[in-house]
Design a protein around this ligand. Structure first.
Ligand SMILES: [Ca+2]
Length: 159
């Protein structure tokens, strides 16, 4: 049998779409929280990639707000911890040289006023004990992490 090509029209895209559990849905994006699984940067990224995504980019204050709200809903044990995201200092000599692992060109940043503050700390954490603002951190620390993938395969939105 020949493979059928299915065209998705306006009617189909009007249907509500959700990410499969335990991914959380925000607009056309799926986020996954590692719950109690602490990993260092490389291993966390490998896990996200295996699941079809990347360590999470956060591309807007709306997305940041969704993540905060979701984390706050997880209960007190997880509300104040640090979560690894997909922002990486690509230049070992330049502490301002960060980019998103998933290729997003979003310039949204939510650093604490004093961060990033070290060229040796080349990973970024969303810090639940500091208003969910971001800090740079050593990549070999094992921490909780957030993955991200697009809800609809093949539709890659860079913004
Ligand atoms: Ca740094």
């Amino acid at each position: 049998m020949r493979a059928k090509t299915v065209f998705i029209g306006p009617n189909d895209s009007a249907k509500p779409k959700k990410c499969e559990a335990p991914w959380r849905t925000y607009r056309n994006v799926c986020f996954l929280f590692s719950d109690n699984n602490h990993q260092k940067f490389e291993d966390a990224q490998a896990i996200c990639y295996k699941k079809g995504g990347f360590l999470a980019s956060i591309r807007s204050s709306q997305e940041q707000g969704f993540l905060i709200k979701t984390i706050q809903g997880m209960g007190s044990s997880l509300a104040r911890v640090r979560w690894l995201i997909g922002l990486y200092q690509y230049d070992p000599t330049d502490n301002k040289a960060y980019r998103w692992l998933d290729g997003s060109v979003s310039s949204f940043r939510n650093w604490m006023p004093t961060q990033p503050n070290s060229v040796y700390e080349r990973c970024a954490l969303l810090d639940g004990s500091n208003g969910y603002k971001w800090r740079d951190e050593i990549c070999s620390n094992r921490v909780l992490f957030i993955c991200r993938k697009d809800l609809e395969k093949g539709k890659y939105n860079v913004y």
